[in-house]
Structure formats: C-alpha cells, structure tokens
Design a protein. Structure first.
Length: 140
C-alpha cells in the first residue's frame, strides 16, 4: 500500500506574478491519478534571509484531471495556471472517491495530533515543510 499526503502549498507564479495555493502531494501515488501528476520546481519566495532563494520540487496535480465540461468560475479565473488549487479541492476529493481511493482519516488524525494544540484556525492544520496537510489517501 502506498499512502500519499495531500498538502496545500503557497506558490508564486513568476509568469503571471500571482500567488496561488496549490494542491501538492508527498509522493507519486498509485492508481489513475498518477496520469495527472507532474513534478515541478518551486522557488521559496520568503523574505526571511535563511529561507530565501531555496528551490525544491513538489508533485502537483494537472488541471486536466478536472472535467472539461465543468464551467465553474474558479476554472475560468485560474485558467492561466495548469495546476489544481484549493478551489479544486472538492473535485479532487470526488475524483479520489470515485476512482477507488480511500481517504485515510485515522492516519490523518494521528499526524495532526502531533501538531500544536492551540485553538486558532491556522493551527488546526499540521504544517510539514511549510505545507498544510489536508488529508492522507491510498489506492485500493
């Protein structure tokens, strides 16, 4: 079994000069979603001296996974970015459920239990390498 974590990650697109919240993955998952995954280079644009100019790679979900007949406003707004963002989370979740993936709530809760116990909304997410953990899933 190959478990994958789905994260929310800040991304600055230098071509459009816009910030996005990308849906990223911890690893290349098994199953049909792997046909829509791409490894991209991300540059950390933090203003902190020790964090600036750091480059790393993330697995992202290509927007082609979304149903082309869906004409919602978010797809129209984000059409310059070919990667799934937080606005696409519901459709990605539905894709996973409809394609024999299991959302592993037990593992997600275990990982989140190690996060800070403060009550603010920001800290209700587990942060791993500057990425917010949304949930864990695996292919059946």
């Amino acid at each position: 079994m190959n478990t994958t974590n789905l994260f929310l990650e800040n991304y600055y697109d230098f071509q459009t000069t816009n910030y996005y919240q990308l849906l990223t993955l911890s690893n290349m998952p098994n199953g049909p979603i792997k046909d829509y995954i791409k490894l991209i280079s991300i540059k950390n644009v933090s203003t902190k001296i020790n964090m600036s100019n750091t480059n790393y790679c993330s697995y992202v979900i290509n927007k082609t996974i979304l149903n082309c007949s869906n004409n919602n406003i978010n797809n129209f707004i984000n059409n310059k970015l070919n990667y799934c963002t937080i606005e696409d989370l519901t459709q990605i979740y539905d894709f996973l459920i409809n394609n024999n993936y299991t959302i592993n709530n037990n593992l997600t809760n275990i990982i989140k239990s190690f996060s800070s116990s403060t009550s603010s909304l920001e800290n209700q997410f587990t942060i791993i390498n500057n990425k917010k953990l949304l949930f864990c899933f695996n292919y059946n």
